[in-house]
Design a protein around this ligand. Structure first.
Ligand code: SF4
Length: 699
């Protein structure tokens, strides 16, 4: 058997479970991945991506030298492949990038730069990125893909309890009593978490309620499966709340001590009976009653959700409906109770925690709070912009209107992840300058003026924060390919050059030797991180924030005594139908999402051996619909919406309800976002990736 030259403990770079991995290295290749049996959060478990999906890091198409577009300056810019770029030295590429950014700042101000930081990069990379954008460029226009996955969870939870973090740890899952999974195909999107949930049902006798239009695998373990018509989640959860109030199954002590607005809320829901919800959602009224009773009468009950709830024009209302259930029953603030948005990317929690959002510094400290701003100004030694910046979608709008002139994109791929890609392409073509920093040339890089090659998770030190707020380390296992540099190094070097070009006499501070020093600066400015440091992480393997002091044990579950907003707030919500309903020209509902073997825009998994297992885009079609369309398994169809069209291979399956099709969004050659609608949730500004009207034609 092949023996490793070295074994390096690290954190899986794919999903928010944050599995701990041992990378077995020989000849500078990861030849096997193992999971330590005694370490949280995965205790020896890994999914296909963690086990077999790491070979992308040594893929021959890794970027190894800085690249400059040969036709730089020509407009409208066209997407180009690698031959459209020329190699450059770091000196030339950084100098030119700094010149272009400084030129835009001098001409029209920092607010004309839009920037995307990365839920795949480390906390330290993201801290430096937002420090550059805020402290040097002078804008708060910094955002990342959380906007496109869980912004509605964030908005709803902020209103209800004042915190958007997952309230419970993964370790509590095996002891669940009753739990709801909604809008999450957990066994494919968070596979290791799904094993703990299955264990809770099979070994622990827990009762599972699945609320989902798709026949996902977790329905096989469910006591109840409420299969609602897509887009009618609010009706189902509202009716569950109505049952809890009408049958007095609520928790009066919790309501009086820990919540506000109950009387008004209770009065507002009395007419929204299970029969009303059945007429809208198709879920039998009796089943809604059973679900409400099961959840309300449990000793401990928890709710887990994914992008099926948040990626919707009523994503905030969906989240508020779930929060209402927890506040009614007091199923929050104890082990095994709570509100748990399952975060997608490996470090989407950490990217937000580190200030990768347009309204907050690290630790969710508001940029428009003068006291907070003064603290950061004193530490960084520069004046900071008090205006809240633009979200990803608002940056696209601002670029469309000419208010934004340049993009700086680190480790994101908006040209795959934005809805309505035809429009996104039109916008990006008009920009004056695009700087991309990444490990591969992806669909966004094809539009860049300059591409700076970065290191992957396996080539650097740093921290990721997983879905349950556990800060964990990644460690250098392999040398950087070619001349690639760490993201925090690149951004720091760029920052110093931009400062020079702007004639700044004082730097905001980018002289770091190691990411540990960056973490220490962030922790110094961020109270919930102050008890966490690299030495402690080395010793303990991971710590859950909030952890305000070195002797604090960390916080596996939140809200034991109070909510960040004080009392939990009930919200009365109206049911609204979806934005673009099917009609005779576009008779099917399209929903999009992930499959087990791929990840997001496919930048990593499509360059791994996982691509051999799932090599092309598919569309799931219900057998009745397939019969009506005259299509069979593995034939090809053209799927059209009002915005674009793609060709995909058919999978005939009962997983999709009649009238709804499902397409994964990992495949650039058949990008699901050619079809999706950019209609947005009014509060969270998140687009509706789960519902638009399409037509299906046999090819
Ligand atoms: Fe990686 Fe997520 Fe799979 Fe764990 S469950 S191995 S973190 S992709």
């Amino acid at each position: 058997m092949l023996q490793p030259e070295r074994t390096i403990r690290s954190t899986c770079p794919y999903c928010g479970v944050g599995c701990q991995v041992d990378l077995l290295i020989k000849d500078d290749h990861i030849f096997r991945v193992e999971a330590p049996f005694d370490v949280a959060p995965n205790y020896g478990r890994l999914c296909a991506k963690g086990r077999f999906g790491m070979d992308y890091v040594t893929h021959p198409s890794r970027l190894t030298r800085p690249l400059i577009r040969k036709d730089i300056g020509e407009k409208p810019r066209q997407p180009i492949d690698i031959d459209g770029f020329r190699e450059a030295s770091w000196e030339e590429a950084l100098e030119l990038a700094a010149e272009k950014i400084a030129e835009i700042i001098k001409q029209v101000g920092g607010n004309a730069i839009g920037s995307f930081c990365s839920a795949k990069a480390t906390n330290e990379d993201n801290y430096i990125f937002q420090k550059f954008i805020r402290g040097v460029v002078g804008t708060n226009n910094v955002d990342h893909c959380a906007r496109l996955c869980h912004a509605a969870s964030v908005a709803g939870l902020q209103i209800a309890i004042g915190s958007s973090a997952m309230s419970n740890s993964i370790a509590e899952m095996k002891d669940l009593d009753v739990f709801i999974i909604t809008g999450s195909n957990t066994s494919e999107t968070h596979p290791v978490i799904s094993t703990f949930m299955r264990e809770a049902v099979v070994n622990g006798g827990a009762k599972l309620i699945v609320v989902d239009p798709r026949g996902i695998e977790m329905t096989e373990f469910a006591s109840l499966w409420l299969r609602q018509t897509p887009g009618t989640d609010v009706a189902v959860f509202k009716a569950m709340a109505q049952v809890i109030v009408a049958e007095e199954l609520y928790n009066p002590a919790f309501i009086s001590e820990r919540t506000e607005g109950f009387d008004e809320y209770a009065a507002s829901i009395m007419e929204w009976t299970p029969e009303w919800a059945e007429s809208i959602s198709g879920v039998p009224a009796d089943m809604i009653r059973q679900a409400a009773r099961m959840y309300a009468t449990a000793n401990a009950a928890s709710i887990y959700w994914g992008m099926g709830i948040s990626q919707s024009v009523h994503g905030t209302d969906n989240t508020l409906s779930l929060a209402n259930l927890a506040l009614l029953t007091g199923h929050i603030g104890r082990p095994g109770t709570g509100l748990n948005p399952l975060r997608g990317q490996n470090n989407v929690q950490g990217c937000s925690d580190s200030g990768g959002l347009p309204n907050v510094f690290p630790g969710y400290q508001r940029v428009d709070d003068p006291e907070i701003r003064a603290k950061f100004e004193a530490d960084w030694g520069v004046a900071l912009n008090p205006e809240v910046g633009l979200t990803t979608m608002e940056m696209v709008d601002a670029a469309d209107s000419g208010a934004i002139r340049g993009y700086y994109v680190m480790g994101e791929n908006p040209m795959m992840s934005e809805p309505d890609l035809r429009h996104a392409r039109h916008v990006i073509e008009q920009l004056d300058f695009i700087l991309v920093q990444d490990i591969f040339l992806n669909e966004t890089g094809e539009y860049a003026d300059i591409i700076l090659p970065a290191t992957s998770f396996a080539e650097k030190d740093g921290t990721f924060t997983n879905s349950d707020r556990r800060v964990q380390q990644i460690r250098t296992a392999l040398p950087a390919p070619g001349e690639a540099r760490h993201d925090w190094v690149i951004t720091s070097q760029l920052a110093r050059r931009v400062e020079e070009k702007l004639g700044r006499s004082k730097s905001a501070g980018f002289e770091f030797e190691h990411p540990e020093e960056i973490w220490d600066e962030m922790a110094r400015l961020t109270p919930p991180f102050q008890g966490i440091g690299y030495k402690r992480l080395d010793r303990e393997g991971g710590v859950h924030w909030p952890c305000p002091a070195p002797d604090h044990p960390g916080t596996p579950y939140l809200f034991e005594e109070s909510f960040p907003r004080g009392k939990g707030q009930f919200s009365s919500i109206d049911f609204r139908s979806s934005e673009e309903l099917p009609d005779e020209n576009y008779p099917y509902i399209l929903s999009t999402g992930r499959v087990l073997y791929h990840w997001h825009g496919g930048t990593m998994t499509r360059r791994s051996q996982l691509d051999h297992i799932y090599p092309e885009a598919t569309v799931e079609i219900n057998p009745d619909d397939a019969r009506q369309l005259g299509v069979q398994e593995h034939t090809r169809v053209r799927v059209r919406s009002r915005r674009g069209q793609i060709e995909v291979k058919v999978l005939v399956t009962e997983r999709s309800p009649q009238g709804t099709i499902f397409i994964p969004f990992h495949f650039a050659e058949a990008a699901a976002n050619e079809l999706t609608n950019d209609a947005r949730d009014p509060q969270a500004k998140i687009p509706d990736f789960k519902f638009c009207a399409v037509a299906v034609d046999p090819v």
